[in-house]
Design a protein around this ligand. Structure first.
Ligand code: ATP
Ligand code: MG
Length: 406
């Protein structure tokens, strides 16, 4: 059974009074883009809800797309029929039969918008409920805690019948909560951090540090692939800033403080990320840090590293267990790419015993001893290569001085 329509419900942001109009507009754009290739689908927007009129287009495929759109909390396939008791009863049985799993209990919920319909809500409840019970002898009514609610809405233009509620991604529409840069390594964690930040409505530009020629072309392709996977969820292109870290990394490695190298590298990365954020009007820096996971992610390390920037450091994975992070990485389809064995710039000079509690004064001394660190940082920002990556289209590299992408 291919349903006639899909009812799309929005998430928690409906409570944010004055932004509601903007959220709904953005939501509508994302939904329209997602169903764009299904030419017969008609999108209707009424206050607080979106309806898709399928006109024969495949529900299953469209449902898969809707599940990944941020800001949609759930949706329901709907059958539409004429407002006639026998037709409503027949459709109700069909809808119950099409549920993914046969329920043990149900209740009928009637909404009679069209007051001209001859039966009132109570009557219709019994007339339809009784019919459904006869069609499914195992099924029972449970008014207080039914497994499914069979909803019947009598509207002037016809009657809508539905019961399945499919959960979707939730969160906020992409780009409705401001912009941040994402520190994207080739690892498991940072793509998951990016996904979660995007789900909360943040628009992202990704920043990746490489140490070419010590890191390979394959490592770069891996990061491009990760951004492409993330762009599936944004629905629009994501920019990737590829920063050459070779010179800085080499200078830091020669500083003589083996145990502080990772701390020093992270501080320089943050300074560069901050400058890129300023250039791109981003107001935060997202990373894949998870408390205690490695030496650079202890509270002591985060304290010393974080002091290099005034921007908020956003760490969506801070309190997550590695298994939880891996579960999300698999779910969002970044895991298999993340575990490809190409070296990251940080794995090149891994110290034997990285400090878990670096001293700020010592770290600052090391940085001061590198005479041209600020120049190298400015140079890394200036020579950053920028790409624009969309779900299906080829990668577009930005030419120098170009500001407009679309
Ligand atoms: P990931 O799996 O995301 O690489 P990780 O557990 O390996 O994380 P680290 O290597 O300590 O942790 O990195 C911590 C965070 O720093 C990463 O999640 C990422 O946000 C950022 N980061 C590390 N290396 C890079 C890089 N080469 N380019 C951009 N960001 C990086
Ligand atoms: Mg890493």
């Amino acid at each position: 059974m291919n349903p006639d329509m899909i009812l799309i419900r929005f998430g928690e942001y409906t409570i944010k009074g004055k932004n509601r109009g903007m959220f709904e507009k953005r939501m509508l754009q994302h939904v329209k883009r997602a169903v764009h290739s299904y030419k017969n689908v008609q999108v209707q927007h009424t206050y607080g809800r979106i309806y898709l009129e399928l006109n024969g287009e495949p529900y299953g495929e469209i449902a898969e797309r809707l599940k990944d759109i941020f800001g949609i909390s759930s949706f329901s396939p709907i059958m539409r029929t004429v407002s006639d008791l026998e037709e409503i009863r027949r459709t109700a049985v069909e809808v119950m039969r099409s549920l993914p799993k046969p329920p043990a209990t149900f209740k009928v919920v009637v909404k009679r918008v069209d007051k001209k319909f001859p039966h009132d809500t109570q009557e219709l409840n019994h007339l339809v409920g009784g019919h459904v019970l006869r069609a499914f002898p195992e099924l029972k009514v449970n008014v207080r805690e039914p497994e499914v609610e069979l909803r019947i809405e009598i509207q002037p233009e016809g009657t809508y019948v539905f019961s399945d509620i499919v959960p979707a991604a939730g969160g906020y529409p992409y780009g409705t909560n401001g912009k941040a840069v994402l520190l994207l390594s080739g690892g498991i964690d940072s793509p998951v951090a990016g996904y979660l930040a995007m789900r909360q409505g943040l628009e992202l530009e990704a920043v990746h540090f490489h140490s070419y020629p010590f890191t390979s072309e394959k490592a770069k392709e891996k990061v491009i692939d990760l951004v492409r996977r993330l762009s599936h969820y944004s629905g629009v292109a994501i920019k990737l800033h590829l920063v050459s870290f070779t010179e800085i990394q080499t200078a830091l490695a020669q500083s003589g403080h083996d145990s502080l190298i990772i701390t020093l590298m992270r501080r320089s990365m943050l300074r560069i990320a901050q400058q890129i954020a300023e250039k791109t009007d981003a107001l935060g820096i997202v990373s894949g840090d998870s408390l205690g996971q490695v030496a650079s992610q202890t509270l002591g390390s985060m304290n010393v590293i974080g002091r290099t920037t005034d921007l908020p450091l956003l760490r969506p994975l801070l309190t997550m267990d590695k298994n939880e992070i891996i579960r999300i990485a698999r779910q969002i389809d970044t895991f298999d790419t993340s575990i490809l064995p190409y070296e990251d710039c940080c794995t090149l000079f891994v110290p034997r015993s990285p400090s878990t509690n670096p001293k700020l004064a010592l770290v600052e001394q090391c940085e001061e001893a590198i005479t041209n660190l600020q120049e190298m940082i400015a140079e890394a920002v200036a020579t950053t290569e920028v790409m624009r990556i969309s779900p299906e289209k080829p990668v577009v590299a930005q030419t120098a001085g170009e500001d407009h992408w679309f």
